[in-house]
Design a protein. Structure first.
Length: 292
């Protein structure tokens, strides 16, 4: 059995930064510390934060005398205003890439007729971006939704930072047919694009691939979708406990990839679980891309 871990698996800069900010805030503040929504989308890390007494909340009603950390996905201007009105101390852990997209949306809202934002309408990053769009933002989740949009003279289009590049390009192509002047901004972060490329390459040369990460993680879900298109024998797991020996039957090469919010230990545990299933057989572990 050969185990191959995709390049760039594990925590991205924005996630590491948010975790460092949360930890530093907890050390400095004696009072209550909350994150507005999950700081990042990974159950193991959220459990770690809870042990540090950094609790996730979704409702600001009744909240006072506390410190609130803005999650890595960002928040809408209304949230900042509400926290300020309540005299709640704000610690901003928004990913710098997301901050740049927020500023772009703010600028475009002053100029463009319409802003198409490609992403999941329920994702906190998208909700935040819509808040910066001054009512000019329209969320598009798939190519089919473009069909219902009217023709326009001018539009701008951008993406959630963790969007699938393949899907974004398809939506752009569809929108070109309905827009005379379309300004395209590829706002998918470089780390996301690199992970997607590494995962697709890995999926093309292994027999089975495990995507490790939180089921509510957008970027990890995209990795799963990308791998599944190439390799049907792709499995989305949150922990090594979900790897069953029967899944590995007949596999000679096993791939592992993790999302930007997946802690290194989750990937290491997945590798260890696979090794344990083949303890009497030869195996080799690599962290480079394979070739057929």
């Amino acid at each position: 059995m050969e185990i191959i871990v995709a390049k760039n698996s594990g925590l991205c800069y924005g996630v590491r930064r948010a975790l460092d900010i949360a930890s530093e805030t907890r050390q400095k503040k004696a009072g209550k510390v909350f994150t507005l929504g999950d700081l990042i989308h990974n159950p193991q890390i959220i459990a770690d934060l809870e042990r540090q007494k950094i609790h996730s909340i979704n409702d600001l009603d009744g909240l006072n005398e506390a410190t609130v950390i803005i999650r890595s996905h960002g928040a809408s201007p209304d949230i900042y205003r509400l926290l300020t009105q309540k005299n709640i101390e704000i610690v901003d852990a928004t990913c710098p890439i997301v901050k740049k997209i927020q500023k772009l949306v703010e600028v475009l809202a002053k100029d463009k007729e319409e802003i198409i934002i490609v992403g999941n309408k329920e994702h906190p990053e998208i909700k935040g971006l819509i808040g910066f769009s001054q009512g000019k933002g329209i969320i598009v989740e798939n190519e089919d939704q473009v069909k219902s949009l009217p023709n326009r003279k001018r539009r701008a289009i951008l993406a959630q930072s963790t969007q699938d590049l393949y899907l974004f390009e398809k939506i752009v192509s569809a929108l070109i047919e309905k827009t005379k002047e379309l300004n395209v901004y590829n706002t998918i972060c470089r780390s996301t694009q690199t992970r997607q490329k590494s995962t697709s390459e890995l999926a093309s040369c292994v027999d089975i691939l495990f995507i490790v990460g939180g089921k509510n993680s957008s970027n990890t879900n995209k990795l799963y979708q990308i791998s599944k298109r190439i390799l049907p024998n792709t499995h989305f797991i949150e922990s090594a406990a979900q790897i069953k020996p029967e899944m590995l039957k007949g596999a000679k090469k096993t791939g592992i990839s993790g999302g930007a919010s997946t802690p290194p230990r989750a990937i290491q545990e997945a590798v260890a679980k696979i090794k344990a299933s083949f303890k009497h057989q030869f195996h080799r572990e690599k962290t480079v891309q394979c070739q057929r």
